[in-house]
Design a protein around this ligand. Sequence first.
Ligand SMILES: Nc1ncnc2c1ncn2[C@@H]1O[C@H](COP(=O)(O)OP(=O)(O)OP(=O)(O)O)[C@@H](O)[C@H]1O
Ligand SMILES: [Mg+2]
Length: 241
Amino acid sequence: MLEIKGLGVKVGGEEVLQDVNLEVGTGEVHVLLGPNGVGKTTLLMTIMGMPGYEVTKGDIIFQGESILPLSVEERAKKGIGMAFQKMPTIPGVKLRTLGELIVNESSDFLKEVAEKLNCNYLLDRSVGLGFSGGEAKRAELFQLFLQRPLLSLIDEPESGVDLDNINLIGKALSELLEREQVRTKKRSGLIITHTGYILEYLNADMGHVLMEGRIVCRGNPRDLFTDIKEKGYQECLRCER
Ligand SMILES: Nc1ncnc2c1ncn2[C@@H]1O[C@H](COP(=O)(O)OP(=O)(O)OP(=O)(O)O)[C@@H](O)[C@H]1O
Ligand SMILES: [Mg+2]
């Protein structure tokens, strides 16, 4: 589904990513780990095509085609969606209106998803405006869920979320990413997490550690977490997993 080859990216004049190689297969969920400030968000923003992220080398292939020439809108139409680490605010546009634009009408699906993510009471407020940390995360996932993308890019879905809501978000993501389905999985995900809580709900297929502008290690996500907790990220640079 996604193939990133030798990717270099500049942000604010700095080269943040140097040589990222990463593949996510159809129906697979991968997690992206790494210390603060190494460029995890930068990588997701670049895949989505957000302005300000300048690709200096390499390529991003989605379903066999380079998406570098495409705008954010065109990438979204092809089936790439993103839940941001920091939710954008759109004063004057209700979350409900945004939802209706995504699904084309006021549908039962919209109500169902709002219910699932405990967003009903937020629907008539401006998108993101004054949302608490946990509310913003649920509202981001509400929009992502309505889009039902083939590839979901999810930036720290559980950070700042209370335990009850982690359960709710975990279950919603498992449904969005079709983790319970045995044969017909067709949706993929690339998820940034610091805590690993989300792994209890998703049973991710692969983990990648980003450091020094490249993927320095990959493997079973649970094993990676155990090692990092024990030995710290610096050990990832020496590890020959
Ligand atoms: N618009 C910008 N202008 C200047 N520097 C930027 C800009 N955006 C990001 N950076 C820098 O690029 C680096 C990577 O940032 P990024 O947000 O991708 O990190 P991250 O791995 O997601 O970190 P975290 O775990 O804290 O979310 C940081 O040093 C950050 O300060
Ligand atoms: Mg980040």
